[in-house]
Design a protein around this ligand. Structure first.
Ligand SMILES: N[C@@H](CCC(=O)N[C@@H](CS)C(=O)NCC(=O)O)C(=O)O
Length: 209
């Protein structure tokens, strides 16, 4: 049995969508962000020392890190359907985009969020760094998804599940307007049945809305 420890409005959405796409049996334990701090509750710290989501329980083990969870679930349940063959050139790009989503692109997105929350406005260095970095990364992604429905090999893969949460963050900030190919790519992903199901589940579990 697989159990997803899901935190509302979090990277756990990547795993929720993937589990829906895999169509395997799983259960959800829902955790709610603190209304003021937006941090995870103690219930999540009781599950895993980091207290961050997603966390999955599988075969009596506990796994964190959405990228690792994405790869693990795909290797176990859909290696042929949701990742390129290991001996193909697409495989390297598959890994590249999985890591891009949680490392390169997440840094400026989180910095932007935290500086706003902390009320650090008009800091020349930070604003300049965040703006330039975000634009460079999004321009690259925009060029790479031009005319594509999926990021790698034009078929759904783990890289799309990983990028989907970055796209949610960007859409919330209305940042997709300047990147038409990313916007088109996001529209394509969000129209998939499994994605829609995962969003309905999120809406059911998210007590903040
Ligand atoms: N690199 C980790 C990051 C996990 C993470 O920071 N999750 C956030 C939600 S998006 C979280 O649980 N934050 C709550 C907290 O830190 O209290 C991953 O990809 O899973």
């Amino acid at each position: 049995m697989i159990r997803l420890h899901h935190l509302n409005q979090s990277r756990s959405l990547r795993t929720l969508w993937l589990l829906e796409e895999l169509g395997i049996a799983y259960e959800i334990t829902s955790h709610q962000r603190d209304a003021k701090t937006h941090l995870a509750p103690d219930s999540l710290k009781a599950v895993h020392p980091l207290g961050k989501s997603p966390v999955i329980e599988m075969d009596g083990q506990l796994y964190s890190e959405s990228g690792a969870i994405t790869e693990l679930l795909i290797e176990r349940f859909a290696p042929e359907r949701l990742r390129p063959a290991i001996d193909s050139s697409d495989y390297g790009y598959y890994l590249q985009w999985i890591h891009f989503a949680e490392s390169s692109l997440m840094l400026p997105l989180l910095l932007e969020l935290f500086t706003k929350k902390a009320g650090v406005a008009d800091n020349e260095f930070l604003d300049g760094y965040i703006g330039a970095e975000k634009h460079r990364l999004l321009s690259y992604l925009n060029d790479e998804v031009e005319g594509k429905s999926f990021i790698v090999g034009n078929r759904l893969s783990g890289a799309d599940f990983m990028l989907s949460f970055d796209l949610i963050m960007l859409a919330k900030r209305e940042a997709l307007e300047d990147y038409p190919h990313i916007k088109q790519y996001a529209l394509q992903l969000t129209s998939l049945d499994s994605y829609q199901r995962s969003m309905r589940l999120e809406a059911n579990y998210d007590q903040s809305i």
